[in-house]
Design a protein around this ligand. Structure first.
Ligand SMILES: CCCCCCC/C=C/C(=O)SCCNC(=O)CCNC(=O)[C@H](O)C(C)(C)COP(=O)(O)OP(=O)(O)OC[C@H]1O[C@@H](n2cnc3c(N)ncnc32)[C@H](O)[C@@H]1OP(=O)(O)O
Ligand SMILES: NC(=O)C1=CN([C@@H]2O[C@H](COP(=O)(O)OP(=O)(O)OC[C@H]3O[C@@H](n4cnc5c(N)ncnc54)[C@H](OP(=O)(O)O)[C@@H]3O)[C@@H](O)[C@H]2O)C=CC1
Length: 291
C-alpha cells in the first residue's frame, strides 16, 4: 500500500466499517473531508457533477483508505431530485449502510444584488439550499430514519451577511436554520445535524473560481482575519470528523465557525464606499451631535 499523507489527530479506525456520502468530494474541502474519513476507516461515496474530477480524486483517495475502507464515485447534480435519490440508493446497494452525510457541494459567484438575474439567484439557491435539503431528506427517507446518523452541512461565514454574495449568504443561513429545525424534529430518530462554517480556506479550486479577484482576497486575508492567515482544508475536515465522531454525541443543531475569528471582525472583501450620510433624527438644534 502506498504511503498516505494524512496525519489525522483522530484515533486510527475511529470510523471503521462506517459509510459516508460527501457531496463535492472530488475537490478542495470535500476531498480533504473524504480523505480524512477514509483514513479513519470510513468508506466514502464522493458525488458531484464532473465525472473526470471525481474519477481522478477517487484514484488519489484510494491511497489513503485504511481498515478496509473503499472510495466510490458517482455523478450527481444535487439540484436534480432523481440524481439525489439514486446517489443514496446506490450508496446503500454498494455499502449496505449510511452513517454520515456531508453536504459540502455548493458555490456561488460574486455579484451585486441589484445586478443579479433571477436565473443566477435560482442557480445558487437551488444548489446550496434545495440541493442540501434533497440530500438530507433522501438520506432520512432511505436510511437514517430507521438507523440514525450524523449530518454535517458545510455553509459559509454568513453571520454578518456577505455583501456581493446575497444569494449564497441567504441560502447558507437557511441551511443553518434547517439544521436547527431538524436537530429537534429528528432527535428521536437518533440523527444529529450540524453545520461547519469555513472562513477563508485555501484550495486551488476555490481560488480559481474567482480569478484574480479571488487571489487578492486570499492574499488580503492576512490583514483582515484576526488569525492573520487563511485556513487549510484539513482544518475543515478535522471539524467534520469531530462532528461525526462519538465525541460530538451531544452536539446537534449547532454551527461551528472555523474561520480564525473573521466572523467577529471585518467583512472579508467589502468596504462600504464613501457617501454623504443621511441626516439623523433630532428634535431640537441644540440636541444635534456636534463632535
Ligand atoms: C471575490 C473572492 C471571494 C473569495 C471568497 C472566499 C471564500 C470562498 C467561498 C467559497 O465558497 S469557495 C467555493 C468556490 N466554488 C464554487 O463556487 C463552485 C463552483 N461554482 C458553481 O458551480 C456555480 O457558480 C454555481 C453558483 C453553483 C452555479 O452553477 P450553474 O452551473 O447552474 O451556473 P451557470 O450555468 O454557470 O450560471 C447560471 C446563471 O447564474 C448566473 N451567473 C453565473 N455566473 C455568474 C457570474 N460570474 N456573474 C454573474 N452572474 C452569473 C447567470 O445568470 C447564469 O445564467 P446565464 O445568464 O449565463 O444564462
Ligand atoms: N474555500 C472557502 O474559503 C469556502 C468554501 N465554502 C464552501 O465549502 C464548499 C466546498 O468549497 P471548496 O472546496 O472551497 O470549493 P470547490 O469549488 O472545490 O468545491 C465545490 C464543490 O461543489 C461541487 N458542486 C457544485 N455544484 C454542485 C451540484 N449542483 N451538484 C453536486 N456538486 C456540486 C463541485 O463539484 P462539480 O463541479 O464536479 O459539481 C465541487 O466539488 C462549498 O460549498 C463552498 O461554497 C464556504 C466558505 C468558504
Amino acid at each position: 500500500m502506498a504511503n498516505s499523507a494524512v496525519k489525522s489527530v483522530f484515533a486510527p479506525g475511529l470510523f471503521k466499517s462506517r459509510v459516508a456520502i460527501v457531496t463535492g468530494g472530488g475537490t478542495g474541502i470535500g476531498q480533504a473531508i473524504s480523505r480524512e474519513l477514509a483514513h479513519l476507516g470510513c468508506s466514502v461515496v464522493i458525488a458531484s457533477r464532473k465525472a473526470d474530477r471525481l474519477a481522478a480524486a477517487a484514484e488519489k483517495l484510494a491511497v489513503d483508505c485504511r481498515e478496509g475502507a473503499r472510495v466510490h464515485h458517482t455523478v450527481c447534480n444535487i439540484r436534480q431530485e432523481a440524481d439525489v435519490q439514486r446517489l443514496v440508493s446506490e450508496t446503500l446497494d454498494k455499502f449496505g449502510r449510511l452513517d454520515f452525510l456531508v453536504n459540502n457541494g455548493g458555490g456561488q459567484f460574486v455579484c451585486p444584488a441589484s445586478d443579479m438575474k433571477l436565473k443566477g439567484w435560482n442557480a445558487v439557491i437551488e444548489t446550496n439550499l434545495t440541493g442540501t435539503f434533497l440530500c438530507i431528506r433522501e438520506a432520512h427517507r432511505q436510511w437514517m430514519k430507521r438507523n440514525g446518523g450524523s449530518i454535517v452541512n458545510i455553509v459559509m461565514d454568513a453571520y454578518k451577511g456577505w455583501p456581493m454574495f446575497a444569494h449564497s449568504a441567504a441560502a447558507r443561513s437557511a441551511v443553518e436554520n434547517l439544521s436547527k429545525t431538524l436537530a429537534v424534529e429528528w432527535a428521536s430518530d437518533r440523527i444529529r445535524i450540524n453545520c461547519v462554517a469555513p472562513g477563508i480556506i485555501y484550495s486551488e479550486t476555490a481560488v480559481a473560481n474567482y480569478g484574480e479577484q479571488g487571489r487578492e482576497v486570499f492574499l488580503r486575508s492576512k490583514a483582515r482575519v484576526p488569525a492573520r492567515r487563511f485556513g487549510h482544508v484539513e482544518e475543515i475536515s478535522a471539524a467534520v470528523a469531530f462532528l461525526c465522531s462519538p465525541a460530538a454525541g451531544y452536539v446537534t443543531g449547532q454551527t461551528l465557525y472555523v474561520d480564525g475569528a473573521v466572523s467577529l471582525y471585518r467583512t472579508q472583501f467589502f468596504d462600504v464606499p464613501e457617501f454623504e450620510p443621511a441626516e439623523g433624527w433630532y428634535w431640537e438644534e441644540s440636541s444635534k451631535a456636534k463632535l
